[in-house]
Design a protein around this ligand. Structure first.
Ligand code: NDP
Ligand code: 8X3
Length: 252
């Protein structure tokens, strides 16, 4: 029987590319996201190669997440890899100008949503044991501060620490946990972050070489298929053309 990967946020960007990458290696796919038409389109692209099960799922809804996991069809039940990818940034303005609801949405999705899916799948992953893998998608924003990152970066710092802490408790089960922390990658991420501003998104990626969704999907697949005795705790990956900048100094 094929290995099964459960991908959240498979309707776009990293998640969609991951679906293609794992499908290319013959894995069975559980693909979830909120946009049904995109899930169906992806299924149509991949279903002649591999088994695909789609779930319209908002990761913020813990009961729906549990129901989705409990009702996986028999051939998809034995999830070997969880790619906890669903997430978003909102409101790149300074913290003091951001609506509280945008902060809540980021926390509900990037923190609570990721926790919901992890909690629902942990018994399955522990049942699989050796070689089972959780790839939590963090961000460079979880490690390095920058203006306008406020709750987004903080939510990704949670992802890092949660990943490390999970590793402690999963010691002896064979289940691996990785915080995969990408830098700038061209997906729909900036479109979402700017509330649909295509020009702002195009401007961010113009004249440089961002990571691609496929670059990150390759990392996800690599992490999930490492020999079972190897756990990458954290993988931070930036485009070569992205680096840190100087400290900001407030002057008179
Ligand atoms: P995209 O906007 O292209 O994809 C985000 C995905 O998350 C979509 O499939 C979306 O699906 C899903 N999603 C958002 N909210 C929810 C929700 N409540 N429930 C279920 N699914 C949801 O962005 P990326 O592919 O770039 O982002 C993927 C992950 O990578 C995110 O966690 C992001 O924070 C992280 N990241 C991105 C970087 C970048 O520069 N692009 C760099 C570092 C990390 P739908 O709307 O259909 O629900
Ligand atoms: C998103 C990557 O560079 O915008 O997590 O912080 S970056």
């Amino acid at each position: 029987m094929s290995d099964v990967v459960f991908i959240t946020g498979a309707t776009s960007g990293f998640g969609r590319a991951a679906a293609h990458r794992f499908a290319g290696a013959g894995w069975s796919l559980v693909l979830s996201g909120r946009r049904d038409e995109r899930l169906e389109a992806l299924k149509a692209e991949l279903a002649d190669k591999v088994a695909v099960h789609t779930i319209v799922l908002d990761v913020r809804d813990d009961e729906a997440v549990q129901r989705a996991v409990d009702s996986l069809p028999e051939d998809f039940k034995r999830v070997r890899t969880l790619v906890n990818n669903a997430g978003l940034a909102l409101a790149p303005q300074p913290a003091q100008k951001v609506a509280l609801k945008d902060w809540h949405t980021m926390i509900d999705t990037n923190v609570t949503g990721l926790v919901n899916v992890t909690h629902a799948l942990l018994p399955t992953l522990i049942g699989v044991g050796e070689g089972a893998t959780i790839v939590n998608v963090g961000s460079i924003a979880g490690q390095w501060p920058y203006p306008g990152s406020h709750v987004y970066g903080a939510s990704k710092a949670f992802v890092q620490q949660f990943s490390y802490n999970l590793r402690c408790d999963l010691q002896g089960t064979g289940v691996r946990v990785t915080d995969l922390a990408p830098g700038m990658a061209e997906t729909e991420f900036t479109l979402v972050r700017t509330g649909g501003d295509q020009t702002a998104s195009d401007n961010l990626y113009r004249g440089t070489t961002a990571l691609t969704a496929e670059d990150i999907a390759e990392q996800m697949f690599y992490i999930a298929t490492l020999p079972a005795h190897i756990n990458f705790n954290r993988v931070e990956v930036m485009p070569t053309r992205q680096a840190w900048s100087a400290f900001a100094i407030d002057r008179d």
